[in-house]
Design a protein around this ligand. Structure first.
Ligand code: ATP
Ligand code: MG
Length: 242
């Protein structure tokens, strides 16, 4: 099998106040796969994502992107990961086009034409009349689309998203997950957290359930078969409670 794009190896995080947010979590996400992390509030999903982005250092173990450890070689790791977020990083005073231009230049890629920016914004479903409007007036779904457009332009092999469909209306959620599956089919590896069991079931190559910092269940789509993921989720959360 290919080298994993995302690899968590015994990932452990104890915050300064003593909270054990992650306890020896290991998993892999390969090119062309979507890994969906499920888990209750406080289970450790955002902590996992933040370690992959090197916003946090693990207490033990490591996160690797294409074999590069995020906390010992952060620049090389960051070059290979795109973070899609509707609130982090985008500039509200800039238009969609200006945000795209700014962030692709920041990433050292300034060879795109205006036409290419328009095309990628169209690909993510942002209507033409919004391209030159300031982000300040955008809905959450529209900001998510801009974030995804920036990630597409970065063309990183690894894409990470923290609850990408939360707060999106059903159609926007559907369209956004369609875009993610298209990127998966282009060979990207996608790591996402979600509370949406239905969508996880629909698009994930592998589903992992975190409970109090531990990976208590992990199954590929094939292993899940016809199983009721909601029931499995409830059993795994209840079974490991207290
Ligand atoms: N900066 C921090 N300092 C101390 N504890 C933290 C910090 N960030 C998170 N935690 C704790 O770590 C644990 C995991 O939190 P995390 O945000 O990773 O959960 P999550 O699975 O993303 O939850 P949610 O579904 O609510 O987003 C929780 O107990 C949380 O209170
Ligand atoms: Mg979270």
């Amino acid at each position: 099998m290919s080298q994993p794009t995302f690899e968590a190896v015994n990932l452990t995080k104890r915050y300064e106040d003593g909270v054990l947010a992650l306890d020896h979590v290991s998993f892999e996400v390969h090119p062309g796969q979507i890994y969906a992390m499920l888990g209750a509030n406080g289970a450790g999903k955002t902590t996992t994502i933040n370690i992959f982005l090197n916003f946090l250092e693990p207490t033990e173990g490591e996160a690797r992107i294409n074999g590069v450890c995020t906390h010992t070689d952060p620049l090389a790791a960051k070059a290979q990961i795109a973070y899609v977020s509707e609130n982090v990083m985008l500039y509200p005073a800039f238009t969609a086009m200006q945000n795209l231009e700014y962030f692709t230049r920041l990433g050292g890629r300034d060879h795109h034409t205006k036409d290419e920016y328009h095309r990628v914004l169209e690909r993510v479903g942002l209507q033409r009349e919004a391209h030159d409007k300031r982000l300040r007036g955008f809905s959450k779904g529209m900001r998510q689309k801009c974030g995804l457009a920036i990630a597409i332009l970065k063309d990183a092999p690894a894409i990470v998203l923290d609850e990408p469909t939360s707060g999106l209306d059903p159609q926007a959620g559907y369209e956004f997950t369609q875009l993610l599956t298209a990127l998966r089919d282009e060979g990207k590896a996608i790591l996402m957290s979600t509370h949406d069991i239905f969508r996880a079931r629909e698009i994930a190559s592998t589903v992992g359930i975190l409970n109090r910092g531990r990976l208590v269940m992990q199954r590929s789509a094939a292993e899940l078969g016809g199983a009721d993921l909601e029931q499995l989720y409830l059993e795994h959360i209840a079974g490991h409670a207290a």
